[in-house]
Design a protein around this ligand. Sequence first.
Ligand code: ARG
Ligand code: ZN
Ligand code: CA
Length: 342
Amino acid sequence: MMGRRLRANTALWSGLVMCGAALTGLVASGLPNTAPTAAGPAASARQDAGEPCPPGMEARLSDPGLPGLVPEGGELTPDQAAAYEEKLRKALEPLRSQDIAPPREVPVVVHVIQAEDGEGRVSDERVRDQIETLNTAYGGRFATGPQTTDTGFRFTLSEITRTADDTWFHRFNDHRTTIRSHLHQGGPETLNLYTADLGPGLLGFSSFPQDYAADPEQDGVVVAHDTLPGGGRERFDLGHTATHEVGHWLGLFHTFQNGCTTPGDYVDDTPYEREAATGCPEGRDTCRTRRGRDPVDNFMNYSDDACMTTFTSGQAERMAQHWAAFRGGDPRALTMTGAAAE
Ligand code: ARG
Ligand code: ZN
Ligand code: CA
């Protein structure tokens, strides 16, 4: 499918930020910016913010005007994370433990948005490499050390759609609501993966499974086109932006969610971490009174792609729970629990 689109409605991208300037939240959450420094882009953004944020209070961006789109491109407040957790617990109540298993085939529809001159045209081969990278990552085959987990999740490419439109490509964020309602396919079990130009400071963003019921068409993952394997994005072109965003799509928070403060990322076997990692700070330990070094090699951190190698078994279990609660099971069960519908 190849279409040319006209200008569409502009969705407001309003930022409400604590501990720092508006742009800081976006850059720090999206990672690299245009002018990398030795310390790395996220680190320099953090310094510019002045006052360091207290634990669990990193600069954040939220989007209060757009229900269902709150966490995109930003970080969750402790309250937002707790609200997602509450919905998960409610939705799991009627399920039995044997219902909680990851799917062997998650269908993936990839929507390539490109400029009219061909910029951002991701080849079919690169799309297939991305799916392969997801399968390698979720199969636990990037890790070399003892820490390696096959999450059980596997992904199958079902379709590639192609759209050439300068506005949609260059200003995806402003038009994301329109774009996704035009292109979204399938139900809660289908991964819609969009590629476009997201600007210099943002690698990708995702919706959470809890948001599906209220806004099915907006469900999915968006990544910068050059983050796919071999895409040319410096330090971020091994395809792990998609790995990371799909982790959110399956319900995971960042490993540094809530900083050193309980309940952290709501996963028992990921050590606490005060703030996002940049580069590959192997051996870092930012929560000294908490057990374990920072999970800098975890896909749900902000490290360089080359440094990200693993999910933990706790994360695998949590993804399977979200799958069962919001994406997998009997659609009737979903309606009955009323998950995410409030
Ligand atoms: N924008 C992403 C997020 O906040 C950044 C993580 C991508 N990191 C990477 N190494 N590819 O969800
Ligand atoms: Zn993230
Ligand atoms: Ca943890």
